[in-house]
Design a protein around this ligand. Sequence first.
Ligand code: 13P
Ligand code: ZN
Length: 250
Amino acid sequence: MIRDNEKLMAEIGRIAEVAGYLWTRGWAERNGGNISVNITDLMSEEEKELPAICEPYPLLAAMTGLCGHIFYVTGTGKRMRYVAQDPLGNGSIIRIAPDGASFEIIAEQEIPPTSELPSHLMMHNYLRSSGRDNKVVLHTHPTDLIGLTHCKPFLNSETITRLLWSMIPECRIIVPKGIGIVPYEIPGTLALALATIRQLEKHDVVFWEKHGILAVGEDLVECFDTIDTLSKSAQIFFSARMAGYEPEGM
Ligand code: 13P
Ligand code: ZN
């Protein structure tokens, strides 16, 4: 039934497109990375009421800003290269309960969502509650950007932002709010989710130390492009260093 919804399927097609970019970029080893998109506005009233196909899953914290909202989320353990081929076979459509304390899977198969769902939902919840029209959270593992987070002096929002802004002129325009830093936390935990939303007060892109990157926004392709631009800056920095000189910067 949901496959008859053209607008929804177009968005699912964009998710598949971006999942393919993550794989071909080399940012998605094994099951690395995850995607969530708020698709509530794309669903008809009838589709919003689809019956659950499983028992409710409790959430670690109530998402009171997301009651009744519907998301596409990639499945835990699923490979981006397969999300690209079959997004509905490697992710599911979930609906947050009316009290925000749990969610149900409503389509198409019972594929348990990403282990980073606490961070994703908390980010969606925080941004909606603060009036930002956020639809997308994209988490991925770009080699060059993660490499930077292994160097203590770069684990500072101002330092890393200045460095990456200064490698190419577009970077400052594409990432105007700079980069937030979250010191290492265990993946999938509430602690990681809470530390991440604190960074969203000032930034749309957050680096997780020694783990990966998150970008939030209204559009998934834009989120990908933001991370791609940062990755380009990091590559210029590293290639200058590898050639034996300090890049002059903008
Ligand atoms: P999932 O397979 O649970 O989405 O985990 C991948 C990941 O990148 C964890 O941070
Ligand atoms: Zn990760």
